[in-house]
Ligand binder design. Structure first.
Ligand code: PXL
Length: 286
């Protein structure tokens, strides 16, 4: 039977991230995608100025109440960028309302990148976000978000011993599995995971590229969520998410004209050119 994910994150009308990435990728993975928008922005906030921002905090409980009346069932709940600190508790209540035995909850605690918080976020947002991480099955922070969640200094690169220690500390927030994205190892770039129930660690890498590109964290978390809901193990979901994200970065680098290169960080990656790869990765899931 067709599985269904609801993703809870903003709509950035231009700049390909959050919902405009999650919806097509989840659909491409053969999973129905529903959405609760947390805010509507004219663009995302990284690299653009003058963007509009409409906060939809008040709409979320109303959407949840309507859906509860419809008795909707979700196989997955995947949350990303939240539009206000108040939304953290509202989304936690949504988990309580819709979580069933077979629901997989993935929280991407979107708060920052490159050692900096995104515009509009404050340290008390990070403290609140720990509560949502506690209620998730899987969380997928980058190293900036790890530093905010664990209240440790940010470092762009860490050795594996440090990554393993962070992964364990993240699961101590209350989730079963923690994934850290943007992990560097040798000339590789990828992600590492820890399943606190089995005590096993997993890693997956592709070749590192120095250029920063926007939207890749949302691509990773969308694909991770889709793969888990399609029945992949955490090891397989990690590998599919790392490989697809790397595919999108490589295709974008090859395709971008030099004249556009300065816009690359905020125009985001050309994931559309890799949808066929994603369909093939999903076929590998047993
Ligand atoms: O990609 C994360 C993200 C999502 N949504 C909005 C953002 C960002 C990162 O900058 O600004 C609105």
């Amino acid at each position: 039977m067709l599985k269904r994910i609801v993703t809870i994150q903003d709509i950035s009308c231009f700049g390909k991230c959050s919902s405009t990435v999650a919806l097509p990728l989840i659909s491409a993975m053969g999973v129905e995608a529903a959405v609760i928008p947390t805010a509507v922005l004219s663009t995302h906030t990284s690299g653009f100025t003058g963007y509009t921002f409409r906060d939809l905090t008040a709409d979320i409980p109303q959407i949840a109440a309507h859906w509860k009346g419809l008795d909707l069932h979700f196989d997955g709940i995947y949350t990303g960028y939240l539009g206000s600190r108040e939304q953290v508790q509202i989304v936690a209540d949504f988990f309580d309302l819709f979580r069933k035995k077979d629901t997989t909850i993935v929280v991407d605690p979107v708060m920052g990148d490159g050692g900096k918080m995104y515009a509009g976020f404050t340290p008390d947002f990070a403290r609140e976000m720990r509560k949502l991480c506690a209620k998730a099955d899987v969380i997928a922070p980058n190293l900036t978000e790890v530093s905010l969640l664990l209240d440790v200094p940010y470092a762009e690169t860490c050795d594996m011993e440090q990554i393993h220690s962070y992964l364990k500390q993240l699961t101590e927030l209350g989730c079963r599995t923690a994934v850290i994205t943007g992990v560097r190892k040798g000339d590789g770039h990828g992600a590492a995971a820890y399943d606190s129930e089995t005590g096993k660690f997993y890693e997956s890498y592709r070749k590192h590229t120095p250029e920063r590109m926007h939207g890749t964290g949302d691509i990773f978390a969308s694909v991770l969520s889709g793969a888990l809901v399609r029945g992949a193990s955490i090891e397989q979901a990690l590998s599919i998410a790392v490989n697809f994200t790397a595919d999108t970065i490589e295709v974008t680098q090859a395709d971008y004209e030099d004249v556009h290169r300065e816009k690359l960080p905020c125009y985001s990656v050309e994931f559309e050119l890799c949808i066929g790869n994603l369909v093939n990765y999903v076929k590998e899931i047993q």
